[in-house]
Design a protein around this ligand. Structure first.
Ligand SMILES: [Zn+2]
Length: 251
């Protein structure tokens, strides 16, 4: 059930026929894992908290640095030196005290990542490196949990949804497993705040659609964002039957 305060708080999205009371209740009953509370994780956590997703599990082992604040808008100047999880909890609690926040302040190894993924309905990869993305993908395929994956660097962004519950869905490894580009992080290559904000906002949007059960998710499609030319492009992506991560999981 939703109380009067919740009906008011979420009224502008409950008004949408695609959400309605039923969708809002589904959001309230949902548990989501956010990997990384940086440039992508900031808008993801802010929007999912504001929208009333019932449980946000927040994973980040890092602390807030002054160089983060140009894009990681969940943190503020007073948070410098604090753990990103604690900084995020402070802000999210101020936005919406109705939801539950679960903290993972240490780096997740294979076992703890598997347990963290098993405890939720959906995972958002907001990390900034290839090895984490591969590990998160493998855990999601094994647990058959949908994964909303976003990335942004310099002036380019990418977004896709991998859903192991759908037989046609590729996984992250199907797409990027073979000869990925040399790894660059934002701290080395640079990135603009509004671009990571855009990709993170789209990740939050995909998550709300999957959790509340409306619309057409970005499964089997890769959205490419060219910030310099203000262009969005979409590529079809197929599952690789020989993929070493998801190849046998759909049998
Ligand atoms: Zn695969």
């Amino acid at each position: 059930m939703l109380n009067d305060q919740e009906l008011l708080r979420y009224s502008r999205q409950i008004l949408l026929q695609h959400v309605d009371i039923d969708g809002q209740l589904r959001l309230k009953e949902s548990r989501v894992l956010i990997i990384g509370l940086g440039g992508l994780g900031s808008p993801v956590a802010l929007y999912l908290a504001a929208a009333g997703v019932g449980e946000l599990h927040l994973a980040d082992f890092d602390t807030v640095d002054l160089t983060n604040l140009q894009r990681q808008i969940i943190h503020d100047t007073d948070s410098v030196g604090l753990s990103k999880v604690d900084s995020a909890i402070r802000r999210l609690t101020a936005i919406n005290p109705e939801i539950q926040l679960i903290a993972h302040r240490i780096a997740l190894d294979e076992d703890s990542l598997a347990a963290a993924v098993a405890a939720v309905d959906l995972v958002l990869d907001c990390s900034d490196n290839f090895s984490t993305r591969e590990a998160v993908n493998a855990a999601c395929v094994a647990a058959r949990k949908p994964l909303v994956s976003g990335a942004a660097i310099r002036l380019e962004g990418q977004l896709s949804v991998f859903d192991p519950r759908r037989p046609e869905s590729p996984c992250y490894h199907c797409l990027y497993g073979h000869g990925s580009k040399a790894e660059l992080t934002c701290s080395e290559a640079g990135v603009l705040g509004p671009l990571v904000g855009l990709v993170g906002s789209l990740q939050a949007l995909e998550a709300l659609k999957l959790l509340a059960g409306f619309g057409e998710p970005l499964v089997g499609r890769l959205l490419l964002i060219d910030a310099l030319g203000s262009r969005f492009r979409e590529l079809r992506v197929k599952r690789d039957p020989g993929c070493s991560v998801c190849g046998s999981s759909h049998a």
